[in-house]
Design a binder for this molecule. Structure first.
Ligand SMILES: Nc1ncnc2c1ncn2[C@@H]1O[C@H](COP(=O)(O)OP(=O)(O)OP(=O)(O)O)[C@@H](O)[C@H]1O
Ligand SMILES: [Mg+2]
Length: 259
């Protein structure tokens, strides 16, 4: 397994934060990780301090059926295929295509990087999804092998999850038999907030089989780091949030070994 979708149709739950920082933690261990920002909001790019022109993004790569020219390397071993607002129009453009669910998958299989197949050059490809269940999301799930769901420890965290899980199963049954629910992460964990315990309890009750033991604590440092265009692991490497992303990376690799 190397292609993972970081997905939850609920907005602001920590998809981008999880994608960037787990990728960064793995890259610090020497693994080559490519983040594909598939959200027109392009938060993964700004969170990593990468700014590109609209015509240098995923949308253009999909048009040209090759992403090599658009891949950036903001940190050693950490790569990014940036997004742009142009992706908003993609849904409509894809609507009438025959293989409209496979556009992203075909980009990944056809592209190469530095003289190698894209899929063999990188150890991991992490796709940061937009907050929706749309044709773009279907493309992401069709192109992925594993699904990782961030849960925000806030009101209604579990609402909509059954729809997401059903969507994953539907894509598995139709377009992508190798798709697997791989993990779930509790984000913005705040032990001073009773609600956090209730959400954690509920999540354990229903999703024990995929929930990671590591939780990501809540801290203003996370948004602070993002506003400086940095992963928290670079902004404050010894912060408890950075430590928890490092443990999550360990847990992620261990689970992968066992799967
Ligand atoms: N552990 C944390 N502690 C405090 N704030 C956090 C934490 N993780 C994320 N945030 C903040 O919460 C907000 C939402 O996070 P993020 O952008 O990662 O969510 P998202 O699910 O990608 O959002 P969207 O659905 O808009 O793509 C951001 O401002 C981010 O800085
Ligand atoms: Mg996001």
């Amino acid at each position: 397994m190397k292609v993972f979708a970081f997905i939850n149709q609920k907005g602001g739950v920590g998809k981008t934060t999880l994608t960037i920082n787990l990728a960064r933690a793995l890259s610090l261990k020497g693994l080559k990780v490519l983040i594909i920002d598939s959200d027109p909001q392009a938060n993964a790019g700004s969170g990593l301090g990468v700014r590109v022109k609209r015509e240098e993004s995923l949308y253009q790569a999909l048009i040209e059926e090759n992403c090599e020219a658009f891949i950036r390397e903001p940190y050693p071993n950490l790569f990014l295929l940036p997004s742009s607002i142009d992706l908003v129009g993609l849904e409509l453009e894809l609507a009438n295509l025959d293989r409209r669910e496979f556009v992203l998958k075909e980009l990944l299989t056809k592209s190469s990087y530095k003289g190698e197949k894209l899929l063999s050059y990188f150890d991991f490809i992490f796709i940061d999804a937009p907050p929706s269940l749309s044709l773009i999301t279907v493309n992401i799930l069709t192109a992925s092998q594993g699904v990782v769901i961030p849960l925000q420890c806030e009101y209604y965290a579990l609402e909509g999850l059954s729809l997401l899980v059903r969507t994953v199963r539907r894509i598995k049954d139709t377009f992508n038999p190798e798709l697997k629910l791989f993990g779930m992460v509790l984000m913005m964990y705040d032990p001073r907030n009773r609600l956090t315990f209730d959400i954690a309890e509920e999540a354990r009750k229903h999703f024990k089989w995929i929930l990671f033991n590591t939780v990501i604590p809540k801290s203003v440092r996370v948004s602070e780091a993002q506003s400086y265009g940095k992963a928290i692991l670079d902004y404050e490497p010894n912060h408890k949030v950075s430590e928890s992303f490092k443990s999550l990376a360990e847990e992620f690799l261990n689970r992968l070994k066992k799967s």
